[in-house]
Design a protein around this ligand. Structure first.
Ligand code: ATP
Length: 226
């Protein structure tokens, strides 16, 4: 699949009560898997919310090549009494782009039970379902907010591999926030470090270890070596 995809953020500012993101300029292109890192409160989720349209910029504009966005929040937002099968029925009715076959292929890959209420799922199962839903409407832009937080090493690896495979086969843009620098090392090819609403570092890379990324992170933020 070849698609001409971009996200273009131009002179964007957003003021929240005690936080502001000032005059942000940045672009993303197809094939990029961007790791968005920064300390707690740096503005990572705010930036994802601006890109997705959940938040509107006070100034500037955000241009997207497509509105088919897959936004995976850090918790499963669907009602807990529903089952995987019922969710399929709902999304089939709601979304013209919903692909049931893809949905059930992810559900089967993750070995998730289709008839149980999702509220009884473990954290890892919920995140695997979250990812399955996010990838089942052929999104051209994936926004992933801390999708590996609290996952055991095996589930984390499965989730990351699934995201990477989707990113490569669909040539979409992935923007992923994480506090785990191994996630960046494992699947990303671009690192963005946000601090207090500003971009401190924007680095394209191949094959960097999480240790090397941590050193860059610490150096850029002015912390000494460990
Ligand atoms: N709706 C809102 N109204 C007011 N302030 C907000 C709102 N949403 C976020 N903020 C503030 O904006 C700042 C950035 O929050 P954000 O969630 O974007 O940070 P983050 O980098 O994702 O943090 P974390 O790593 O802890 O998840 C914080 O100070 C937060 O309190």
């Amino acid at each position: 699949m070849t698609r001409n995809m971009f996200v273009d953020i131009k002179n964007v500012s957003k003021n929240l009560t005690d936080f502001s993101l000032e005059n942000l300029n940045i672009s993303f292109e197809k094939g990029e898997i961007i790791g968005l890192v920064g300390e707690n409160g740096a503005g990572k989720t705010t930036l994802l919310n601006l890109i997705s349209g959940i938040l509107k910029p006070d100034k500037g504009q955000i241009l997207l090549s497509s509105n088919n966005i897959g936004y995976c929040f850090d918790a499963l937002p669907e009602p807990e009494n529903l089952t995987i099968e019922q969710l399929n029925t709902i999304f089939t009715g709601l979304l013209a782009v919903w692909d049931s076959d893809t949905y059930f292929s992810f559900v089967d890959e993750f070995k998730l039970p289709k008839g149980k209420p999702i509220g009884v799922f473990s954290k890892g199962m919920k995140m695997q379902l979250n990812v399955s839903i996010t990838l089942s409407h052929n999104p051209t832009l994936l926004l992933l907010d801390e999708v590996t937080a609290g996952l055991d090493p095996i589930v984390r690896r499965t989730v990351l591999n699934t995201i990477k495979e989707y990113a490569i086969s669909s040539e979409c843009i992935v923007i992923m926030t994480t506090h785990n620098l191994e996630d960046i090392s494992d699947i990303c090819n671009r690192l963005i470090l946000l601090n207090n609403g500003s971009i401190l570092l924007d680095d394209n890379f191949e094959d960097k270890s999480s240790k090397e990324i941590e050193l860059i992170f610490r150096k850029t933020l002015g912390y000494g070596d460990m």
